[in-house]
Design a protein around this ligand. Structure first.
Ligand SMILES: *[C@@H]1O[C@H](CO)[C@@H](O)[C@H](O)[C@H]1NC(C)=O
Ligand SMILES: *[C@@H]1O[C@H](CO)[C@@H](O)[C@H](O)[C@H]1NC(C)=O
Ligand SMILES: *[C@@H]1O[C@H](CO)[C@@H](O)[C@H](O)[C@H]1NC(C)=O
Ligand SMILES: *[C@@H]1O[C@H](CO)[C@@H](O)[C@H](O)[C@H]1NC(C)=O
Length: 475
């Protein structure tokens, strides 16, 4: 009795808290994570036949909508705060009329209507993911950008075989990298940025046929697996974590790569010469790491690069004319390093056509440079990248032992350090055009018109750019 009353009071307190303050304290987040944990079956998976064990008071046009109803009902019960009342019409059997829920003819049977997408972007909902969400087996789009979902991604999500765009960015999710996403065979767009995921990355992540991968602004802390080069992705963002080790040399094999961002981690060693093989890359950003040594001679092989940012590292040597003359180049920032020479065409004042920044280096005769005293120790001891780890032809690939995942998902999130949170992702989640058309009306209307059944198969790939989605504040 005492226990029940206590948790009732707690619940009451939390619902009051949640309804008046949108920010979720660490305490509240861990409360929700614990709630989730207490509901999860042992392995976080759904028992087979689970749907038949659930009593449902309605009849449905087909069994898939019945399953969706069970899932959404459980989800609504796992919502603790919904300030914009996204889920308030989640009642009754008409799941296709639920706000943020989108139906479409099934891929395998056009006569059957199924729940094909969830779009709760910017709903600011606090809650967790119940295991029943694994019943949403027809869902291809899952857009939950900018909510306050806590806890982990349950293993039951492995049943979501049609998942194509999985966006849980800017929530309060915790635990190791959610390996369950590796079991979604159709996945193309994976967006985990702005959460509290930690630990390492599974090497299989880069064997997946992804188009975009956002890992930025979490607490990942590992080397990048050498499998990176297998990746088919066009956009990858590692920014604002604690990744370390060298940039894998296999990077040169990434034939679809358009934008890659390593910014603000602890990557070290020399830039691998294989970077110069990335002929189609338009954004290469390795700023804010501990890269050292000279620039590889091959670097001007980045023949499509527009934005090149190598600032805030410990790079040395000469910045060559050929690099600054790459025709596509628009902005090359190499400030805050230890370069001690630059070609004429790399001096900012000599170029009206592009933006260059050479400040805070060791460049003789240039303004705003480091002092002799700061430069001397680094410049006088050049690193031989042909011998240094990661640089030269015979060098070792980065050690592998750090790739393993930490042993167990942590049930509670660790407290966030009081660093100002970078602004949330500007959400690419411009859902595909068709979905957008049916996107929910302004949140205050109490009974939104039911979205017409829409046809968003086949899915239109979204357009996204590393540079405009990860919303990083300049340090
Ligand atoms: C869909 O319905 C039409 C007309 O009722 C029928 O001819 C067709 O065979 C059905 N298709 C499937 C895949 O069941
Ligand atoms: C991925 O990369 C690793 C190491 O670079 C390689 O051994 C492996 O065969 C690759 N896997 C696939 C599926 O291509
Ligand atoms: C660059 O893109 C073209 C056209 O998409 C492709 O054929 C080529 O293999 C790519 N090159 C590299 C080095 O990735
Ligand atoms: C060039 O890039 C740097 C860093 O990536 C950025 O801070 C700066 O605003 C850019 N300059 C222009 C003119 O776009």
């Amino acid at each position: 009795m005492q226990v029940y009353r206590c948790s009732f009071i707690l619940l009451f307190i939390f619902s009051v808290l949640f309804s008046f303050s949108y920010a979720l304290s660490d305490h509240e987040a861990s409360f929700l994570a614990r709630r989730q944990l207490s509901t999860l079956p042992e392995n976080g998976n759904l028992p087979d036949n689970y749907e038949f064990e659930v009593k449902v008071e309605y009849t449905f046009p087909n069994s898939r909508l019945r399953r969706a109803y069970i899932a959404l009902k459980a989800w609504k019960e796992a919502v603790y705060s919904d300030p914009f009342e996204f889920t308030s019409n989640w009642k009754g059997p008409e799941v296709c009329n639920y706000k943020g829920v989108f139906c479409s003819p099934a891929l395998d049977d056009p006569n059957v209507t199924v729940v094909a997408g969830i779009d709760l972007n910017h709903a600011d909902i606090a809650g967790y993911f119940p295991v029943e969400l694994g019943l949403l087996t027809d869902v291809a789009l899952f857009h939950l950008n900018s909510n306050r979902f806590c806890g982990i991604i349950p293993e039951s999500f492995s049943k979501l075989k049609l998942m194509y765009e999985f966006d849980v960015s800017n929530n309060r999710l915790v635990g190791p990298f959610p390996k369950v996403v590796l079991k979604m065979p159709s996945l193309k767009y994976l967006d985990l940025r702005f959460n509290n995921f930690e630990g390492g990355l599974p090497p299989e992540l880069f064997d997946k046929d992804l188009d975009a991968l956002f890992l930025n602004d979490n607490r990942f802390e590992s080397t990048i697996p050498e499998t990176l080069g297998n990746s088919s992705a066009s956009v990858i963002v590692f920014a604002n974590n604690k990744f370390h080790g060298c940039i894998p040399r296999s990077i040169g094999r990434m034939s679809n790569l358009d934008e890659i961002v390593f910014m603000n981690n602890n990557f070290g060693g020399c830039l691998p010469p294989e970077v110069g093989l990335l002929k189609n890359v338009t954004v290469f950003n390795a700023a804010g790491n501990t890269l050292s040594g000279i620039l590889p001679k091959t670097l001007d092989g980045l023949s499509s690069v527009e934005q090149l940012d190598l600032s805030r590292n410990s790079l040395t040597g000469f910045v060559p004319e050929r690099l600054c003359r790459v025709p596509s180049l628009k902005n090359f920032t190499f400030s805050f390093n230890y370069f001690n020479g630059e070609a004429k065409g790399c001096e900012p004042h000599s170029r009206k056509d592009i933006s260059l920044d050479d400040t805070d280096n060791c460049l003789p005769d240039r303004p705003k440079q480091k002092s002799q005293k700061q430069c001397q120790p680094i410049v006088s001891k050049p690193i031989d990248c042909s011998k240094a780890k990661c640089g030269g032809p015979s060098s070792q690939s980065p050690p592998h032992e750090k790739h393993e995942m930490p042993p167990q998902p942590k049930p509670t999130p660790t407290p966030t350090p009081p660093t100002p949170k970078p602004q949330p992702p500007k959400s690419k989640p411009n859902p595909p055009p068709t979905l957008k058309k049916a996107s929910p009306p302004p949140p205050l209307k109490s009974s939104p018109p039911p979205p017409p059944p829409i046809d968003f198969y086949p899915l239109n790939p979204m357009t996204y750019h590393a540079s405009d989605v990860f919303g990083i504040q300049k340090l």
